[in-house]
Design a protein. Structure first.
Ligand SMILES: O=P(O)(O)OC[C@H]1O[C@H](O[C@H]2O[C@H](CO)[C@@H](O)[C@H](O)[C@H]2O)[C@H](O)[C@@H](O)[C@@H]1O
Length: 252
């Protein structure tokens, strides 16, 4: 939990509730990093905070994640109004709406086949599939990180239009051209986000594009661990914010 002066310094940077749109990264921001993608835990207290905050900002609360949208649905159900997945390649503007996908090059199938073969051979290497690409996870075998990176560099060096997204103990191979800054812009263009100021919070290199874009639009970008020590601290902030002030004020 942030102390009172830090909390007030943070909320004093926020636009008033009727002008705020919240957009949050998922892994490492809303939830703690876990040994595998499937094993993250979403505390009930976080769900309660997100529900309350979504009400305070007229529904304008979304998630911008590297994960596929169905993964965010699995963990958060319909709590976020809008969800952008795969680092902005897929965007769903409202619960139940169609998913818009960026028109990007299709990845050579041979790359995924080679990745699967490596994962079958090397215990601890995990391949996470997404529609436009895949992630090579090595959290369970950190010593394999360099070799996996070299393999991924060989792939992307052989075909233009793809790049390696550095992640936490993982390399993601995906089409280039869309990032979380594009995702933030896309979400902010529709109701109930349009006309509000984005407050984006993230923790990783992929989030820096959205932080920069939130600031470029006149909003706020916070980053972990610089602004919140870890997801526990950030969840504490959200819980306190949800309970703070009323109507047109956050309580400052
Ligand atoms: O943009 P995010 O919502 O932060 O998603 C980024 C990636 O997060 C996931 O991987 C990371 O978190 C896992 C669970 O804590 C962890 O096991 C893994 O080592 C991390 O790299 C997710 O699996 C990826 O698809 C996301 O791109």
């Amino acid at each position: 939990m942030t102390d009172t002066s830090e909390f007030h310094a943070q909320i004093s940077q926020l636009p008033p509730p009727d002008r705020t749109a919240f957009l949050f990264d998922f892994d490492g921001t809303l939830v703690d990093i876990a040994p595998t993608p499937d094993s993250v835990v979403v505390p009930d207290t976080l769900k309660a905070s997100l529900r309350a905050l979504r009400g305070r900002v007229g529904g304008a609360l979304g998630v911008i994640s590297g994960r596929a949208i169905d993964q965010i649905d699995h963990f958060l159900d319909d709590l976020p109004y809008a969800v952008a997945g795969e680092h902005g390649i897929a965007v769903r503007h409202a619960p139940g709406a169609a998913i818009e996908r960026a028109d990007l090059p299709v990845m050579p199938a041979a790359w995924l086949e080679e990745a699967d073969a490596v994962a079958a051979r090397v215990p601890g290497v995990l391949v996470e599939r997404k529609r436009a690409g895949f992630v090579l996870h090595f959290r369970a075998v950190p010593a394999k990180g360099d070799a996996l990176r070299a393999m991924a560099e060989r792939w992307v060096g052989s075909a233009p239009g793809f790049h390696i997204q550095a992640a936490k103990m993982a390399w993601e191979i995906r089409p280039a051209g869309v990032d979380k800054g594009h995702a933030l812009n896309a979400v902010m263009a529709s109701a109930p986000f349009a006309g509000r100021l984005p407050v984006f919070v993230g923790d990783d290199v992929t989030d820096d594009d959205a932080i920069a874009q939130a600031r470029a639009l006149g909003g706020v970008g916070f980053r972990l661990p610089e602004d919140f020590a870890d997801p526990t601290a950030f969840r504490g902030f959200l819980a306190r914010l949800a309970a703070s002030g009323e109507g047109a004020s956050w309580g400052v």
